[in-house]
Design a protein. Structure first.
Length: 310
C-alpha cells in the first residue's frame, strides 16, 4: 500500500493483478481499479510517481494523475524475485531488493546518461564455516531528510546506506529474529523495526522463533566517540571495512590515510603477549616500523577493521 497525500487516497496492489484507489471519506471507498500485467508484490509513491513491482521481474512506473497507461515499463536489474521497494524522497529514483541478498538503485530519467548511474550490489550475506549464506532483503526505507536508506533482511540485521557514494554507513547489532519491515518517522529521528519470523526456514523454524515485536530506535550522532578519541572530523573520519572483496572495498571513501585493525583478546594471544613482554623486558624493545601505531585493546570480544579516509 501507498498513501497519496495530495488527494487523500490510499493505493493498494494485489496478487489479483489490480491497483485500487481508496478514499475512506467517500460513501463508496473504492475510487478506481486498474489492471496490471502481473501479480503486484510491492508499490511505493513519491510526489506523483507510483512505482509498481510485479511478478516476472516487471516494473511499471505511473503518474497517479493519469493511470490509463504507465509512463515506463521496465525489467528489474535483479535476477530474482523482488522483495522490497522504496522511492527516493528527492524524486529522482528508487531502490529495490530481491530474495537473493541484492539491492539495485534505479533512476526515473530514461536518458542514457542518467541510466548509466544505476547499479546493484550484494548485501545481507555472511560466510559461515566457508559456506556463503544469502538472505532476502525484506524491507527498504529512505531517510526523509538525508536521502540515505535503511535495509533489513532475514539475517536479522539493519544497515544504513548512502547510495550516492555507494557505501554502507552503519550496521546495527543483530536482532533476535528476521526483520520483516522498517520505517523512519517523519523527521528521521527514529527508526521503527518490525521483528518477526518470515518463514525462510519453514514450519520448523517457526517453532524456535521468538515473539514478534516492533522496536523503535532513536537515531543520533554516531561519530561522537571518534571526536573523543581525538579525530578532527573536518579533516578525516572513521569508516568500517567489511571485507576485502572488491565490492566491499569500493564502499570505503578514498583516499585512505590509515587502516586500524582490531581483534579479540584470546588466551593464545594473551600467552603470546606475555611472552613478548618478558622478552622486551630482558632484551629491550626491537626496532619498530614508525608508521605503525599500537594501542592496547581494553574491551573484550570486539572484532572490527576501520579505515580512516582523509
Amino acid at each position: 500500500m501507498a498513501y497519496f497525500r495530495e488527494s487523500n487516497v490510499l493505493i493498494s496492489g494485489s496478487w489479483d493483478r489490480t491497483l485500487r484507489f481508496w478514499d475512506s471519506r467517500a460513501s463508496s471507498p473504492q475510487q478506481s481499479s486498474h489492471d496490471t500485467p502481473e501479480r503486484v508484490y510491492q508499490i511505493d509513491l513519491v510526489n506523483n510517481t507510483l512505482v509498481v513491482a510485479m511478478a516476472s521481474r516487471l516494473f511499471n512506473i505511473y503518474d497517479v494523475r493519469k493511470m490509463d497507461a504507465p509512463l515506463q515499463q521496465r525489467e528489474s536489474s535483479l535476477k530474482f524475485m523482488t522483495r522490497s521497494l522504496a522511492c527516493m524522497p528527492d524524486g529522482q529514483g528508487y531502490a529495490t531488493a530481491s530474495v537473493e541478498g541484492r539491492i539495485a538503485v534505479e533512476y526515473f530519467d530514461p536518458s542514457p546518461a542518467v541510466q548509466e548511474k544505476k547499479y546493484a550490489f550484494k548485501c545481507h550475506r555472511q560466510t559461515i564455516n566457508d559456506v556463503d549464506h544469502v538472505w532476502p532483503v525484506n524491507a527498504l526505507a529512505f531517510h526523509p531528510t538525508y536521502n540515505t536508506f535503511a535495509s533489513a533482511g532475514s539475517d536479522a540485521t539493519v544497515s544504513i546506506w548512502d547510495h550516492k557514494v555507494k557505501k554502507r554507513l552503519r550496521q546495527y547489532p543483530k536482532f533476535a529474529n528476521p526483520i520483516s519491515s522498517l520505517a523512519f518517522n517523519c523527521d528521521g529521528t527514529k527508526l521503527a523495526v518490525a521483528v518477526s519470523y518470515t518463514w525462510d526456514n519453514g514450519e520448523a523454524g517457526s517453532k524456535m522463533a521468538e515473539r514478534p515485536a516492533i522496536l523503535v530506535r532513536k537515531l543520533g550522532d554516531e561519530v561522537k566517540w571518534s571526536e573523543k578519541a581525538g579525530l578532527i572530523l573536518s579533516q578525516a573520519q572513521f569508516e568500517d571495512v567489511y571485507g576485502l572483496d572488491p565490492e566491499l572495498l569500493a564502499m570505503v571513501p578514498q583516499p585512505v590515510k590509515a587502516v586500524v585493525l582490531l581483534f579479540p583478546i584470546a588466551e593464545i594471544l594473551e600467552n603470546k603477549r606475555k611472552e613478548e613482554d618478558e622478552n622486551i623486558k630482558n632484551e629491550g624493545q626491537p626496532l619498530l616500523d614508525p608508521t605503525v601505531l599500537w594501542i592496547k585493546q581494553t574491551v573484550c570480544n570486539v572484532l572490527v577493521s576501520d579505515g580512516v579516509p582523509m
